[in-house]
Design a protein around this ligand. Structure first.
Ligand SMILES: Cc1cc2nc3c(=O)[nH]c(=O)nc-3n(C[C@H](O)[C@H](O)[C@H](O)COP(=O)(O)OP(=O)(O)OC[C@H]3O[C@@H](n4cnc5c(N)ncnc54)[C@H](O)[C@@H]3O)c2cc1C
Length: 427
């Protein structure tokens, strides 16, 4: 019987295989599973591919993750913004009282002077931010931070992604936050979950107990007429259907005879990559006091080329050896361009006292994720429709964060994989 071929052993591919009741084969190009959800151990430190914390709304997904990962910690988010040499709690727009007087006034003026416009997701992110929060909050946080995160013009990026990702306190709460300390929690990740053991990769370890993977199987060509998929290692497989979790534009490059309109649509897809630098530090004094309990810190200012620093060891102290702490530092780049100024990171971290001068760097590792954030622009919706119409007609289902080409996360990847497979199980 011809199989369902699953391309990729990340969280989406493995979850698909886990729930499939038909014969399948998982083809993974790497010699390990997990994709962006993988964890690894270096010099005694457990590192993820930058912060991978689990946000769950759906109880069924939560039970599933709990089961496969051998238990989760529930953690109350402690996220900050480093600006003007101070730490203010995240989100910026709900904590204006922490700002110096001049900045605070500009933010308040901006809120009051907002123009009354129809706010919608097809406007540019820059216009959306100004209409939503005013010029001051846009100038000090929304613009500089998002320019770094997306590495793309905020006048061309549209606001279709903001949904749950940008907290939107009402005007009264924003103004109140300039005078009183805000006590309300905002955002989809104000509480998050993290495996008790082995980092985010614990989810992958759990799935691998049930799912078999063909490693070192990089797919290179798909013959949709004869339904054969070819791998770089010389093997090929007849298939009935394909579930692909590789980036959708890479998938299209492998298919023969892609219609011109679909090819053109795939060329319009834009993305940014992330370089994550994982760092392990040894110090008999433990982590510097200014970082105690902080989970991650946003860096909107231009003088820092990275946009976020997270502290793995504050999320799970078991991720580091005794007397150690650990970071991830994230940089972004547009469509495969070079990352800027990533060389002097330790110097920067010492300058801002995240690492003491006498603390020793004992682990250091760079991970490049060429596809990290899908860029939302005016072409995206139409391009994806053309592509998916073509794939659907050819029994290819492209899912996952890069397969669906969306701003998604582990919970959604699991739910989408399960939903698709439940449909395929009934066919
Ligand atoms: C910087 C960053 C931080 C994030 N933080 C969080 C977070 O805190 N919480 C959260 O829930 N989500 C987070 N995410 C999102 C999360 O990583 C993804 O939603 C999830 O990992 C997507 O899984 P996937 O299986 O769809 O894709 P991937 O993890 O990309 O897996 C795809 C797999 O396909 C394989 N593959 C690719 N091409 C081929 C080929 N030709 N042949 C065979 N195999 C192939 C790859 O090697 C990989 O194993 C973050 C993402 C990024 C970039």
């Amino acid at each position: 019987m011809n199989k369902i071929i699953i391309i990729g052993a990340g969280i989406t591919g493995l979850t698909s295989a886990y729930f499939l009741k038909k014969p399948y084969k998982v083809l993974e190009r790497n010699s390990y599973a997990g994709g962006l959800c993988s964890s690894y151990c270096k010099d005694g430190f457990i590192f993820d591919c930058s912060g991978h914390f689990i946000h769950i709304k759906d109880e069924k997904v939560k039970n599933f993750i709990n089961k496969i990962s051998d238990g989760l910690f529930e953690i109350k988010r402690n996220a900050y913004i480093y600006i003007n040499e101070i730490f203010m709690p995240y989100p910026f727009q709900a904590n204006l009282s922490y700002l110096p007087e001049k900045m605070k006034q500009e933010c308040l003026d901006g809120i009051i002077k907002r123009k009354n416009v129809d706010i919608h997701q097809n406007m540019s992110f820059l216009d959306w931010s100004k209409s939503m929060f005013g010029d001051g909050i846009t100038k000090y946080f929304m613009k500089p931070y998002n320019e770094k995160l997306w590495s793309y013009s905020l006048s061309k990026l549209n606001a279709a992604w903001v949904g749950q990702f940008v907290p939107k306190p009402d005007t009264k709460s924003i103004i109140k936050s300039a005078y009183d300390k805000n006590k309300k929690e905002y955002g989809y990740n104000s509480v998050f979950y993290y495996p008790k053991k082995n980092g985010c990769g614990a989810l992958i370890d759990g799935l691998l107990k049930k799912v078999k993977v063909n490693f070192n199987s990089n797919t290179t060509r798909i013959d949709i007429k004869n339904k054969i998929i070819y791998c770089q290692n010389g093997k090929h497989y007849k298939y009935d259907k394909i579930i692909s979790t590789q980036p959708i534009l890479e998938l299209l490059k492998q298919i023969n005879n892609v219609p011109t309109n679909v090819k053109k649509a795939s060329e319009r897809l834009l993305f940014s990559g992330v370089r994550c630098i994982n760092i392990g530090i040894k110090s008999n004094r433990g982590i510097p006091k200014i970082l105690k309990n902080k989970h991650w810190v946003y860096f909107p200012e231009n003088r820092f080329s990275f946009f976020r620093v997270g502290i793995y060891s504050n999320v799970n102290p078991d991720n580091v050896p005794k007397n150690c702490y650990s970071f991830y530092v994230e940089y972004s780049s547009f469509n495969g361009k070079k990352y800027k100024n990533t060389e002097n990171i330790i110097e920067y971290l010492r300058k801002i006292k995240f690492i003491r001068n006498d603390d020793k760097v004992v682990a250091f590792n760079v991970i490049d994720m060429p596809y990290a954030y899908v860029i939302f622009d005016k072409n995206l919706e139409k391009s994806l429709k053309e592509i998916n119409d073509f794939l659907g007609k050819n029994n290819i289902f492209s899912i996952g964060r890069y397969g669906s080409w969306e701003y998604s996360f582990i919970e959604k990847n699991i739910a989408d994989a399960k939903n698709l497979v439940e449909k395929l199980n009934c066919l």
